[in-house]
Design a protein. Structure first.
Length: 224
């Protein structure tokens, strides 16, 4: 069901549609997540670009695999504990200052939390299966707290305050599945842009893509 790009203010008259698997309410005027109880087959809930301030009333959506809450007014990550099957959480462009509420999401694979107010990556300690992490456009000063994420494939960390190459190497070098990193707009890139890519290639030899372009040598190897 797709009711995106309307002027809907309230979620209602849908909880009897028990066979729904996907709901899209993008770009409306919804303030409260409500009236979704009973939709146990729901897999994808898209509520981006609304006026939501709180994550709530999701307890019965135990089959949910994707939750899209970008561009709202959310200040805290909470109300997610029962979403045991959640694989993708997008909470970009909100007002979040810290990562929290993910301890009981064992299947989470992708977290999109760019354009918020994060200063650190604390809160990911128990999210061991994360493959994609987007923390771009925050105030993060270090990638400390990622070392345990051995399945990480993509790290998007552009436009933060990361300055220390050694800290990046310490946290990421052992991640053999890591193939994409974005660090443009950080002090470690801005200080010496001509040397930046070579430094990243040397400390993270497994990486195939640095920012918006692939390494020429790695492109050649992959096409042979």
């Amino acid at each position: 069901m797709d009711l995106s790009f309307n002027k809907i203010k309230h979620i209602k008259k849908v909880n009897h549609l028990i066979n729904l698997t996907d709901i899209y309410f993008v770009q409306n005027k919804i303030v409260t997540i409500e009236n979704l109880s009973g939709l146990t087959k729901l897999r994808n809930l898209e509520l981006a670009a609304n006026r939501i301030r709180e994550i709530q009333n999701l307890e019965s959506l135990t089959g949910l695999e994707e939750l899209w809450l970008g561009k709202n007014k959310i200040m805290e990550m909470k109300g997610l504990d029962t979403l045991q099957n959640l694989k993708i959480l997008s909470i970009q462009s909100n007002r979040i200052r810290e990562i929290a509420g993910l301890d009981k999401l064992p299947n989470l694979q992708e977290l999109y939390i760019s354009h918020n107010a994060l200063t650190s990556l604390k809160g990911l300690e128990k999210v061991i299966g994360l493959r994609v992490l987007d923390i771009s456009h925050n105030q993060v000063t270090s990638v400390a707290g990622l070392k345990h994420l051995e399945d990480m494939e993509e790290l998007w960390a552009s436009y933060n305050k990361i300055a220390d190459f050694a800290g990046v190497e310490e946290e990421l070098r052992h991640m053999v599945k890591l193939n994409t990193v974005y660090f443009e707009g950080n002090p470690l890139q801005l200080r010496a842009p001509a040397l930046y890519r070579n430094k990243v290639r040397l400390m993270l030899p497994q990486v195939r893509q640095i920012d918006a372009s692939k390494s020429p040598s790695l492109v050649y190897l992959s096409s042979s």
